[in-house]
Design a protein around this ligand. Sequence first.
Ligand code: GLA
Length: 732
Amino acid sequence: MAVVYQEKKRIFTIYTKNTTYQMKVDSYGFLLHLYYGAGVPGDMDYLLTYYDRGFSGNPHDAGGDRTYSLDVLPQEYPAMGMGDYRSSALVVRNADGSECCDLRYAGYEIRKGKYGLPGLPAVHVQKEGNTDSAETLEIILEDSVSGVQVRLLYGVLEDEDIITRSAVITNGGAVGITVEKAASACLDFISGDFDLVSFYGRHAMERNFQRTAVTHGNTVIGSRRGTSSHQYNPAVILAGKDTTEDSGSCYGMMFVYSGNFMYEAERDQFGQTRALMGLQEDLFHYPLGKGESLVVPETVLCYSKQGFADLSVKYHRCIRNHICRGAYAFRPRPVLVNSWEAAYFDFNGETIVRLAEEAAELGMDMVVMDDGWFGKRDDDNSGLGDWQVNERKLGCTLGELIQKVNRAGVEFGIWIEPEMVSVDSGLYREHPDWAIRIPGRNPVRGRNQLVLDFTRKEVRDHVFRQICGVLDQGKIAYVKWDMNRSLADIYSAESAQGKITYDYMLGVYDFLEKLTAAYPEVLIEGCSGGGGRFDAGMMYYTPQIWCSDNTDAVDRLRIQYGTSFFYPMSTVGAHVSAVPNHQTGRSTSLHTRGTVAMTGAFGYELSLGKLTAEEKEEVKEQIKQYKKYEELFRCGDYYRLSSPFTDAYAAWMFVSDCKEQALVNAVMLETHGNRPISYVKLKGLLPGGIYVEAGSGNRYSGAALMEAGIPLPVEMGEYPAYQMEFNLLSGR
Ligand code: GLA
């Protein structure tokens, strides 16, 4: 049993294979957090201490007891207004304008299976077919004055060491309230000195690794852009000071949400740390009428005492098996060629058919027609919203084009950007009020386009009909769902303004849910100017996401490194593009570009016709190589073997489930005269196993490969790349 309740002591304990999570309802009915970390038996309430602390107030119920203060005690869901001056998980504004919510324990339920969240993505256990493999704990808290009720939800995947948290806030009172801030998870640590690992970035350079000390004060990251953003990813790690890839304590918090978020790490006056993951408080004032509820998106927690590598493997498995859904969640992905960097807007039907013929000849599975096929769209200034095929540009109907592509021997995929409208479009001329903008003000433009008000059903329904009208024209096997600007001018003609950022995401999810239901066999790849919405929320609908608009192999090493801390490579769209690279001007060999791209959801993004005969042969070999290892890349355990931010080389590897096969990948980042040797230490092998390296036939013990490593060759030139396959010979 993963969840245990001790009636007498009112202690809730969640046990996973290697971790324990414990909380207690105290004598006043406050829900205190006792412990989260490595598996421990017994009750942890001995950790609570009570001292009279100056300027830390005492709840009324404590009477004359000055040693009891919520300002100091670790809590499970701290609400504003109760004498806890740290950051709150919940801020409620009552009808009288006061900001106070006194949450006390009101009951619990333990049930088989994992809870779901209405309208929101969440961890699921569909793969098992047997939903009993998970458990749900629900704890109910109530404020007796306002009638506000909070249902704290905990989902437990015992074997995976995964605990999920969400909260449903209901107005059980007679008058309206406003939720001003809501987190889904709070982790209070009564002791410990932490570093915060977060992933910052920008368009075309997402998810850079950053490790900073959690100091006194509040470290806040988040997004106000309407998307999870290129700038900060909604997944962070609190790590011990000495935690490395291979050892030490670390706590992951991953938000399953694609909109505005906020993460806080606060070190308080006594050196205690509070971590909060939830909805962004800016631009958020969510009114709840009598009986109405707000569901706070889920946070996935995971703890490891074996360092980042173990934590990542656990998140990867969770996302692959319990977040991604649909036909392609567990299926090999097509090797595709995308028309964007091959032709940008400058193509016609013949260009696409030619690309398809060349793709087929090289062994690819699909051609994707990117932006530019609809409405008036020969550049990025017009046409969005007019989802009618530009048959004049294509020289035929879409159905005919798809047939030609299929006859050439590959499948057909298409690009869409449903959430947007160009001012220069039929849709905007007809429905200017459907765009998000503030009446009386000129809107902020991004890429010269506006965002459609997806909080409105009629808007979504209209776009949905248009998109279905396109998808029904032939055998479309893949859709790239793009989103190319940040939201601004937050206003809706039909809604309370404080609801929009959240309701917008519900609208996007609703659309995606309908689309995936209507086209269950279509693979949808997410995208937002590359990785601007690269998060577990989108992965619930789109099992792969275009990781970055930056296709430069060397930059990609950093981007994919940062991405890999939470997200499995099966979700990482990665393509080989032309050199000099269109984003950086850098040139790398085709071999290096192939090595970097093929470990993700692989494809090409260049004019195949411009390849030399020799390059074509190499591409054929790359595709064979990718297909040979496809299952290993998609299902194997992934390990980082170096940091491209600090090491002279980038290296990473995959190990099969049973540890019988491993593929090591490396790219040299530095070139010097008389260069020192780089030794790559492998991970995840059987130490007692004997492994054969496929290229040389050399034999090594797993222990030697992991403890001493293997030397990388010294080679002239910039950024040489290597792939080495190891197979287990004996020692299972
Ligand atoms: C975004 C995407 C690109 C491409 C263009 C098309 O930038 O990330 O891959 O699809 O839009 O306009």
